[in-house]
Design a protein. Structure first.
Length: 337
C-alpha cells in the first residue's frame, strides 16, 4: 500500500517535530519524567502533533520492547464505551512481557462517554505497571477526576498571520521538500501560500505539499492555488492509490483484470472529492515519477505503455469527474497500457 506523504515524514523524535518553543520545552520536560508518570494528557488543535508526540513518549517508556507488544493505540471516536474500556483494563493489568509497563494511547479522548471515563479511573489509580496517554482537542469534555491525575502538555498553534511564524513553517516545509528526489527549483512563495492557508494544521500543510509534489507542481500557479485552497487529504490518498493500481495492474490467468483490483479502484473513485482536476494532476504526477524509474531498455513495452498512459492524463485540463473516470477505465483496461 502506498504510504501517505504525512506518514512518510512523520517525526520520530521531539526534536524533529515542528513545535512552538514553549510546547517543545514542556515536552522535553515530560520525557524526563515519563517513565514515572501514570497519566499524560496532551491538549491542542488537530494536526499539531499530539498523536506523534504520544507515540514518541510511548516508545521511550517501552525502550526494550522493540516490537511494541506492550502498546495499545485506540481511537476513542470509534471505541468510546464501557466495554472498550474493560478491554483496556484487561490489557494494562496483564503482565508486561517485554517492558516494565503497558502503555495505552487514547486518541480523541474527549469522545469517550462519561461512564467510560469513570471506568478508566480504577486502572489509572496507583497502577505502576501502566501508563495512559490521552490526546484531546477539547479538554472541557475530559472529566475532572482524570485531569487531576494527569500531567498536561498544551500544544500551542503557530499564528499563520504572523510573518515570523509563517517563516518557521516555510523552513519546515522546505526541509521536507529537500528530501524529495526532484531537481526542480523551490518556489518559496508556494511554500508560504501553504503555510498561510486554512485550516491552521501542520499535518494539513505537509499533506498539501505532498499533493503538489505528486501533481508535479513546484511553483505558485493557478493549479497550485486550486489544490491548496480546495485540498482534502482523502483526495490525495485516493488519487495516489488509483495511480498505483493502474500502473501496477494484476491479471488473471486468462488475461483479465483481477476483479478485486477493479473493486479497490472503484472504492477509491467513490472517495474522490469534487475536485477532479486536482486528482488528475496527482495521478499524472505519480505516473511521471514511475516512468522516471522505469528502465526503457529492459522494460521497453512497460515504459512506452506508461508514457501513453501519462499522455492521456496530461492531454487535457479542467476535466469533469466523469471524464476522469473515463481516463481511469481506459488506463485500467487498455490492452497495451
Amino acid at each position: 500500500m502506498a504510504q501517505s506523504f504525512t506518514e512518510k515524514y512523520r517525526p520520530q523524535s521531539i526534536q524533529e517535530m515542528l513545535l512552538t518553543s514553549s510546547t517543545a520545552k514542556n515536552l522535553e520536560t515530560l520525557l524526563n519524567i515519563a517513565n514515572d508518570t501514570s497519566v499524560i494528557l496532551l491538549i491542542g488543535p488537530s494536526g499539531y502533533g499530539k498523536t506523534t508526540a504520544a507515540r514518541i513518549i510511548a516508545k521511550q517508556i517501552l525502550e526494550n520492547d522493540t516490537n511494541l507488544m506492550n502498546l495499545r493505540e485506540i481511537n476513542a471516536a470509534n471505541q468510546r464505551g464501557i466495554d472498550d474500556v474493560r478491554e483496556i483494563t484487561q490489557f494494562v493489568e496483564a503482565p508486561s512481557v517485554f517492558a516494565s509497563k503497558n502503555v495505552v494511547i487514547l486518541n480523541e479522548a474527549q469522545q469517550l462517554t462519561v461512564a467510560a471515563q469513570n471506568c478508566l479511573l480504577d486502572p489509572m489509580e496507583g497502577n505502576k505497571r501502566a501508563c495512559f496517554i490521552l490526546t484531546t482537542t477539547d479538554p472541557q469534555k475530559i472529566i475532572k477526576t482524570i485531569k487531576t491525575r494527569a500531567y498536561e502538555v498544551v500544544f500551542d498553534q503557530f499564528d499563520i498571520t504572523n510573518k515570523t511564524d509563517v517563516s518557521i513553517i516555510v523552513d519546515y516545509l522546505n526541509e521536507i521538500i529537500s528530501k524529495e528526489p526532484t531537481r526542480r527549483g523551490r518556489d518559496l512563495s508556494l511554500l508560504e501560500a501553504i503555510a498561510r492557508s486554512e485550516p491552521n494544521s501542520i499535518r494539513k500543510h505537509v499533506a498539501k505539499l505532498g499533493a503538489l509534489i505528486a501533481a508535479d507542481i513546484y511553483s505558485l500557479t493557478k493549479e497550485a492555488t486550486s489544490i491548496i485552497l480546495g485540498f482534502e487529504e482523502q483526495l490525495e490518498s485516493s488519487a495516489i492509490k488509483i495511480a498505483r493500481l493502474i500502473t501496477e495492474k494484476q491479471f488473471t490467468s486468462n488475461g483479465n483484470i483481477k476483479y478485486d483490483q477493479w473493486g479497490r479502484i472503484a472504492r477509491e473513485i467513490n472517495l474522490l472529492s469534487d475536485n477532479p482536476e486536482a486528482a488528475r494532476r496527482i495521478i499524472a504526477g505519480y505516473i511521471r515519477a514511475i516512468i522516471i524509474r522505469t528502465d526503457s531498455i529492459t522494460d521497453k513495452q512497460i515504459f512506452f505503455a506508461r508514457c501513453k498512459m501519462l499522455s492521456a492524463f496530461t492531454s487535457e485540463t479542467e476535466i469533469t469527474k466523469e471524464r476522469l473516470l473515463t481516463l481511469i477505465l481506459k488506463a485500467l483496461y487498455s490492452e497495451d497500457v
